[in-house]
Write a protein that binds this ligand. Sequence first.
Ligand code: PXL
Length: 292
Amino acid sequence: MIDYDKAIQQKRALAVHDISGVGKCSLTVALPIISAAGVECSVLPTAVLSTHTGGFTGYTCRDLTDDIIPMVRHWQSLKVKFDAIYTGYLGSFNQVQLMKKMINDLSNPDTLVLVDPVMGDNGRLYAAFNEAFPPEMLELCRVANIIKPNMTEACFLLGEKYKDGPYSREYIDDILTRLAVLTEKPSIVLTGAWLEDDLAHLGAATYDRSTGQIDYILGPTVEGSYHGTGDVFGSAIVGAALTGHSVAESVRIAVDFTVRAIRLTHAAGTEIRYGVNFEACLGSYIKDLGLF
Ligand code: PXL
Protein backbone atom coordinates (compact mmCIF):
# COMPACT_ATOMS: atom_id res chain seq x y z
CA MET A 1 0.00 0.00 0.00
CA ILE A 2 1.33 3.44 -0.84
CA ASP A 3 1.21 5.86 2.09
CA TYR A 4 0.67 9.23 0.41
CA ASP A 5 1.23 11.09 3.68
CA LYS A 6 4.83 9.82 3.76
CA ALA A 7 5.75 11.22 0.34
CA ILE A 8 9.30 12.64 0.29
CA GLN A 9 11.33 14.35 -2.42
CA GLN A 10 12.76 11.52 -4.51
CA LYS A 11 16.57 11.27 -4.65
CA ARG A 12 18.19 11.45 -8.06
CA ALA A 13 21.35 9.66 -9.14
CA LEU A 14 23.30 10.05 -12.36
CA ALA A 15 24.82 6.84 -13.73
CA VAL A 16 27.64 7.45 -16.19
CA HIS A 17 28.50 4.21 -17.98
CA ASP A 18 28.26 2.65 -21.42
CA ILE A 19 25.27 0.66 -22.64
CA SER A 20 26.39 -2.85 -23.54
CA GLY A 21 23.38 -4.38 -25.28
CA VAL A 22 24.13 -7.98 -24.25
CA GLY A 23 26.22 -9.30 -21.33
CA LYS A 24 24.71 -7.63 -18.29
CA CYS A 25 26.86 -4.77 -16.97
CA SER A 26 27.11 -0.99 -16.82
CA LEU A 27 23.83 0.84 -17.54
CA THR A 28 21.70 -2.27 -18.06
CA VAL A 29 22.59 -3.12 -14.46
CA ALA A 30 22.73 0.35 -12.86
CA LEU A 31 19.28 1.40 -14.07
CA PRO A 32 17.23 -1.47 -12.66
CA ILE A 33 19.14 -1.70 -9.37
CA ILE A 34 19.18 2.00 -8.53
CA SER A 35 15.51 2.26 -9.59
CA ALA A 36 14.66 -0.71 -7.33
CA ALA A 37 15.99 1.35 -4.41
CA GLY A 38 13.32 3.93 -5.22
CA VAL A 39 15.94 6.35 -6.52
CA GLU A 40 15.59 8.10 -9.88
CA CYS A 41 18.40 6.90 -12.12
CA SER A 42 19.29 9.45 -14.79
CA VAL A 43 21.86 8.32 -17.33
CA LEU A 44 24.80 9.80 -19.21
CA PRO A 45 25.69 7.04 -21.70
CA THR A 46 29.37 7.07 -22.67
CA ALA A 47 29.16 4.57 -25.56
CA VAL A 48 26.81 2.01 -27.06
CA LEU A 49 28.25 -1.47 -27.62
CA SER A 50 26.68 -4.70 -28.83
CA THR A 51 28.30 -6.54 -25.88
CA HIS A 52 30.83 -5.68 -23.19
CA THR A 53 34.48 -6.16 -24.10
CA GLY A 54 35.37 -8.61 -21.34
CA GLY A 55 34.65 -11.98 -22.95
CA PHE A 56 33.34 -11.35 -26.45
CA THR A 57 35.08 -10.51 -29.70
CA GLY A 58 33.62 -8.74 -32.74
CA TYR A 59 31.56 -6.29 -30.70
CA THR A 60 30.35 -2.98 -32.13
CA CYS A 61 31.11 0.27 -30.30
CA ARG A 62 29.72 3.74 -30.93
CA ASP A 63 31.54 6.33 -28.88
CA LEU A 64 29.35 9.11 -27.43
CA THR A 65 32.08 11.46 -26.21
CA ASP A 66 30.84 14.28 -28.44
CA ASP A 67 27.42 14.17 -26.75
CA ILE A 68 28.70 14.55 -23.20
CA ILE A 69 29.27 18.33 -23.13
CA PRO A 70 25.95 19.21 -24.87
CA MET A 71 24.00 16.93 -22.51
CA VAL A 72 25.66 18.42 -19.44
CA ARG A 73 25.05 21.96 -20.74
CA HIS A 74 21.37 21.20 -21.24
CA TRP A 75 21.04 19.89 -17.67
CA GLN A 76 22.83 22.99 -16.39
CA SER A 77 20.31 25.15 -18.23
CA LEU A 78 17.60 23.25 -16.31
CA LYS A 79 19.56 23.72 -13.05
CA VAL A 80 19.57 19.96 -12.53
CA LYS A 81 21.84 18.68 -9.75
CA PHE A 82 22.28 15.09 -8.60
CA ASP A 83 22.30 13.52 -5.13
CA ALA A 84 24.79 10.96 -6.43
CA ILE A 85 27.04 10.71 -9.47
CA TYR A 86 28.24 7.20 -10.21
CA THR A 87 30.83 6.78 -12.96
CA GLY A 88 31.87 3.42 -14.38
CA TYR A 89 33.27 2.27 -17.72
CA LEU A 90 34.70 5.25 -19.64
CA GLY A 91 35.83 4.51 -23.16
CA SER A 92 38.64 7.01 -23.60
CA PHE A 93 41.16 9.36 -22.08
CA ASN A 94 39.09 12.28 -23.20
CA GLN A 95 35.98 10.99 -21.41
CA VAL A 96 37.84 10.68 -18.13
CA GLN A 97 38.89 14.31 -18.40
CA LEU A 98 35.33 15.42 -19.18
CA MET A 99 34.10 13.65 -16.04
CA LYS A 100 35.96 16.00 -13.71
CA LYS A 101 34.19 19.04 -15.16
CA MET A 102 30.84 17.24 -15.34
CA ILE A 103 31.06 16.33 -11.64
CA ASN A 104 31.87 19.91 -10.77
CA ASP A 105 28.97 21.26 -12.86
CA LEU A 106 26.27 18.83 -11.72
CA SER A 107 26.93 18.29 -8.04
CA ASN A 108 26.14 20.21 -4.89
CA PRO A 109 28.22 20.04 -1.67
CA ASP A 110 26.32 16.93 -0.47
CA THR A 111 26.52 14.94 -3.69
CA LEU A 112 27.92 11.45 -3.27
CA VAL A 113 30.49 10.90 -6.03
CA LEU A 114 31.26 7.23 -6.52
CA VAL A 115 33.98 6.54 -9.07
CA ASP A 116 34.48 2.97 -10.19
CA PRO A 117 37.86 3.09 -11.98
CA VAL A 118 36.81 0.37 -14.44
CA MET A 119 40.01 -0.64 -16.27
CA GLY A 120 40.59 -4.35 -15.98
CA ASP A 121 40.36 -7.63 -14.13
CA ASN A 122 42.51 -10.68 -13.33
CA GLY A 123 45.68 -8.62 -13.66
CA ARG A 124 44.96 -7.32 -17.17
CA LEU A 125 43.57 -4.12 -18.64
CA TYR A 126 40.35 -4.45 -20.68
CA ALA A 127 40.77 -4.49 -24.48
CA ALA A 128 40.10 -0.77 -25.01
CA PHE A 129 42.79 0.53 -22.61
CA ASN A 130 46.56 0.91 -22.59
CA GLU A 131 49.14 1.74 -19.91
CA ALA A 132 48.53 5.50 -20.25
CA PHE A 133 44.96 5.14 -18.96
CA PRO A 134 45.47 4.40 -15.21
CA PRO A 135 47.25 7.71 -14.37
CA GLU A 136 44.34 9.59 -15.94
CA MET A 137 41.84 7.51 -13.97
CA LEU A 138 43.77 8.30 -10.79
CA GLU A 139 43.01 12.00 -11.33
CA LEU A 140 39.28 11.21 -11.51
CA CYS A 141 39.54 9.12 -8.32
CA ARG A 142 40.87 12.21 -6.55
CA VAL A 143 37.56 14.06 -6.94
CA ALA A 144 35.42 11.17 -5.65
CA ASN A 145 33.95 10.57 -2.19
CA ILE A 146 34.15 6.81 -2.70
CA ILE A 147 36.21 4.77 -5.15
CA LYS A 148 35.58 1.12 -5.83
CA PRO A 149 38.55 -0.56 -7.54
CA ASN A 150 39.07 -4.30 -7.79
CA MET A 151 42.52 -5.70 -6.95
CA THR A 152 43.67 -5.34 -10.58
CA GLU A 153 42.57 -1.70 -10.78
CA ALA A 154 44.11 -0.92 -7.38
CA CYS A 155 47.47 -2.25 -8.63
CA PHE A 156 47.23 -0.27 -11.88
CA LEU A 157 46.42 2.90 -9.91
CA LEU A 158 49.43 2.26 -7.67
CA GLY A 159 51.60 1.45 -10.69
CA GLU A 160 52.59 -1.95 -9.38
CA LYS A 161 52.42 -5.57 -10.46
CA TYR A 162 49.19 -7.50 -9.79
CA LYS A 163 49.25 -10.69 -7.72
CA ASP A 164 46.59 -13.41 -7.80
CA GLY A 165 44.73 -14.09 -4.55
CA PRO A 166 44.38 -15.29 -1.88
CA TYR A 167 46.16 -12.50 -0.03
CA SER A 168 47.49 -11.85 3.45
CA ARG A 169 45.60 -9.28 5.50
CA GLU A 170 48.82 -7.23 5.71
CA TYR A 171 49.02 -7.09 1.90
CA ILE A 172 45.45 -5.83 1.49
CA ASP A 173 45.79 -3.35 4.37
CA ASP A 174 48.95 -2.05 2.74
CA ILE A 175 47.27 -1.65 -0.68
CA LEU A 176 44.40 0.27 0.95
CA THR A 177 46.69 2.48 3.00
CA ARG A 178 48.87 3.41 0.03
CA LEU A 179 45.83 3.98 -2.19
CA ALA A 180 44.41 6.28 0.48
CA VAL A 181 47.60 8.38 0.47
CA LEU A 182 47.69 8.45 -3.33
CA THR A 183 44.03 9.41 -3.89
CA GLU A 184 43.87 11.92 -0.99
CA LYS A 185 40.09 12.39 -0.73
CA PRO A 186 37.88 9.32 -1.15
CA SER A 187 36.93 6.43 1.08
CA ILE A 188 37.86 3.16 -0.61
CA VAL A 189 35.89 -0.02 -1.26
CA LEU A 190 38.38 -2.58 -2.56
CA THR A 191 36.71 -5.63 -4.12
CA GLY A 192 38.21 -9.08 -4.55
CA ALA A 193 39.40 -9.20 -0.93
CA TRP A 194 40.16 -12.89 -0.44
CA LEU A 195 42.22 -13.83 2.60
CA GLU A 196 44.54 -16.83 2.75
CA ASP A 197 43.40 -17.66 6.29
CA ASP A 198 39.71 -17.75 5.25
CA LEU A 199 39.39 -19.12 1.71
CA ALA A 200 35.66 -19.76 2.11
CA HIS A 201 34.87 -16.03 2.17
CA LEU A 202 35.44 -13.19 -0.29
CA GLY A 203 34.22 -9.61 -0.54
CA ALA A 204 35.35 -6.04 0.00
CA ALA A 205 37.95 -4.39 2.20
CA THR A 206 37.00 -0.82 3.05
CA TYR A 207 39.01 2.21 4.12
CA ASP A 208 36.93 4.88 5.85
CA ARG A 209 38.49 8.26 5.09
CA SER A 210 36.98 10.00 8.12
CA THR A 211 38.36 7.51 10.67
CA GLY A 212 41.17 5.74 8.80
CA GLN A 213 39.58 2.43 9.80
CA ILE A 214 39.90 -0.67 7.62
CA ASP A 215 37.10 -3.29 7.64
CA TYR A 216 36.49 -6.55 5.84
CA ILE A 217 32.95 -7.13 4.61
CA LEU A 218 32.84 -10.65 3.22
CA GLY A 219 30.37 -13.25 1.97
CA PRO A 220 30.73 -16.91 0.97
CA THR A 221 33.15 -17.54 -1.92
CA VAL A 222 31.50 -18.81 -5.11
CA GLU A 223 33.54 -20.29 -7.94
CA GLY A 224 33.70 -18.35 -11.23
CA SER A 225 34.48 -14.75 -12.19
CA TYR A 226 31.16 -13.45 -13.53
CA HIS A 227 31.12 -10.34 -15.71
CA GLY A 228 29.36 -7.21 -14.54
CA THR A 229 29.40 -8.10 -10.85
CA GLY A 230 31.40 -4.95 -10.10
CA ASP A 231 28.58 -2.90 -11.59
CA VAL A 232 25.92 -4.88 -9.70
CA PHE A 233 27.85 -4.23 -6.51
CA GLY A 234 28.49 -0.51 -7.22
CA SER A 235 24.87 0.13 -8.17
CA ALA A 236 23.68 -1.57 -5.00
CA ILE A 237 25.98 0.70 -2.95
CA VAL A 238 24.55 3.81 -4.63
CA GLY A 239 20.97 2.64 -3.99
CA ALA A 240 21.74 1.88 -0.34
CA ALA A 241 23.67 5.09 0.28
CA LEU A 242 20.82 7.21 -1.12
CA THR A 243 18.29 5.45 1.08
CA GLY A 244 20.02 6.56 4.24
CA HIS A 245 22.58 3.81 4.86
CA SER A 246 26.16 4.48 5.99
CA VAL A 247 29.01 3.41 3.70
CA ALA A 248 29.66 0.33 5.86
CA GLU A 249 25.96 -0.69 5.83
CA SER A 250 25.73 -0.02 2.10
CA VAL A 251 28.72 -2.25 1.41
CA ARG A 252 27.23 -5.04 3.58
CA ILE A 253 23.91 -4.86 1.71
CA ALA A 254 25.72 -4.76 -1.65
CA VAL A 255 27.96 -7.75 -0.80
CA ASP A 256 24.93 -9.83 0.24
CA PHE A 257 23.00 -8.86 -2.92
CA THR A 258 25.93 -9.60 -5.24
CA VAL A 259 26.76 -12.92 -3.58
CA ARG A 260 23.11 -14.08 -3.86
CA ALA A 261 23.09 -13.19 -7.57
CA ILE A 262 26.39 -15.00 -8.20
CA ARG A 263 25.26 -18.13 -6.29
CA LEU A 264 22.03 -18.29 -8.22
CA THR A 265 23.79 -17.84 -11.56
CA HIS A 266 26.42 -20.44 -10.68
CA ALA A 267 23.72 -22.91 -9.64
CA ALA A 268 21.94 -22.33 -12.97
CA GLY A 269 25.17 -23.04 -14.90
CA THR A 270 25.05 -19.81 -16.92
CA GLU A 271 28.14 -18.81 -18.95
CA ILE A 272 30.15 -16.24 -16.96
CA ARG A 273 30.30 -13.65 -19.76
CA TYR A 274 26.50 -13.20 -19.72
CA GLY A 275 26.59 -11.74 -16.22
CA VAL A 276 24.54 -12.63 -13.15
CA ASN A 277 20.85 -13.06 -12.44
CA PHE A 278 20.60 -10.04 -10.14
CA GLU A 279 17.00 -9.54 -11.23
CA ALA A 280 15.87 -12.52 -9.15
CA CYS A 281 17.54 -10.97 -6.09
CA LEU A 282 16.03 -7.48 -6.32
CA GLY A 283 13.25 -8.43 -3.87
CA SER A 284 15.70 -9.33 -1.12
CA TYR A 285 17.77 -6.21 -1.90
CA ILE A 286 14.73 -4.00 -1.41
CA LYS A 287 13.96 -5.85 1.83
CA ASP A 288 17.53 -5.31 3.09
CA LEU A 289 17.21 -1.60 2.34
CA GLY A 290 14.27 -1.55 4.77
CA LEU A 291 12.10 0.30 2.30
CA PHE A 292 8.94 -1.68 3.14
O1 PXL B 1 31.49 -3.92 -16.16
C1 PXL B 1 32.61 -3.53 -16.73
C2 PXL B 1 32.45 -3.18 -18.17
C3 PXL B 1 31.56 -2.20 -18.56
N1 PXL B 1 31.43 -1.84 -19.86
C4 PXL B 1 32.16 -2.45 -20.81
C5 PXL B 1 33.06 -3.44 -20.48
C6 PXL B 1 33.21 -3.81 -19.13
C7 PXL B 1 34.13 -4.87 -18.76
O2 PXL B 1 34.63 -5.59 -19.55
O3 PXL B 1 33.77 -4.02 -21.43
C8 PXL B 1 31.99 -2.04 -22.24
